[in-house]
Design a binder for this molecule. Sequence first.
Ligand SMILES: *Cc1c(COP(=O)(O)O)cnc(C)c1O
Length: 399
Amino acid sequence: MSGQDWQEGLRPETLAIRAGIHRTAEQEHSEPIFPTSSFVFQSAEEAAARFAGRSPGNIYARFTNPTVRTFEERLAALEGAEAGLATASGMAACLTTFMGLLQAGDHIIASRSIFGTTVQLLSNILGRFGVETSFVALADPTAWAAALRPNTRMLFLETPSNPLTEIGDIRALADLAHGHGAWLVVDNCFCTPALQRPLALGADLVLHSATKYLDGQGRTLGGAICGSAEMLTGPRSFVRTAGPSLSPFNAWVQLKGLETLSLRMERHCQNAQALAEWLEARPEVARVYYPGLASHPQRALAAAQQRLPGGILSFDVRGGQAAAWRFVNGLRLLSLTANLGDTKSTVTHPASTTHSRVSPEARAAAGIGDGLLRISVGLEHIDDLRDDLLRGFAAMAVP
Ligand SMILES: *Cc1c(COP(=O)(O)O)cnc(C)c1O
């Protein structure tokens, strides 16, 4: 199993289990963890050649580590990418992408509905170093086109968006970016490659928070970037120099997570679809946001670029924040926590938590009402999930 030729033509479910394995002389079956910070050279000549880049091989774990490499190769295979680069967290993947590819004077256009911390990173940190970002409405292609400037180097989005599950047209935005000599970068955290492969739709780079569905069980922090080896040159050199490297243990947990990714995503989606349809029929619910519903305004686009609609849904309860909080406080099973992409179902009230730093006016403009709740639907039995939501509705009814 030398090289990657044997991988050719294998399907994603197989690659998720087999890609990236480099068996050692011990002939282990399961992927080993290499908890070592440095690697030994056979001679002074070899050390010099390694440092000069003339001989391939490990030097120091801030640059490369065999367990981390297995995770990178496996995720890249799933995304249909030539190469992968692991980072210490999803935010480190974002930072590494910006620092590895941009310089002062460059301009980014980003969807307004990206992860809140990514908004802070772009506005409050990159802004201080001379990289400016314009934020536009994800689903409005004319807004993206209107925001283009001569120095626009990157378009950045997540789809479906959090928490309202709006869909960005990856192919259309890739064409827009390329027509302008810019890159399209997609944070694929919500779909994972099991549901959506942005590179095949024209994106230049895919980012991940491996903390979410890739680990899948809420244990570790991690992140990754996938794309061509050439595009990853700058980001790779940034990780090597600045040090946001993934730990071998976290890489190992996440690569074991990848083995069951497609199975888990199918059940997340199946449970989410059932809950979305059930919630839509409830009198306490004003509106459900889920790309698998006939009522979703971009259902056709979601179906065209995603294999399944995803594991995250949101809904507006009637009665605003007071009703939403009574609902949440009435639950016994769902966890009240900001994490998502876990086997455990989690619930959040965005207006008072993840989006509380956004002004009430901006929140209202973005459609994030006081009665909005987001559920990351887990892998529990669907009847137990419904029973718990019924407890929430019962608590909502008694002020
Ligand atoms: C959680 C998340 C991130 C950040 O990932 P961390 O691993 O928490 O640093 C980035 N993007 C999206 C869409 C996320 O959900």
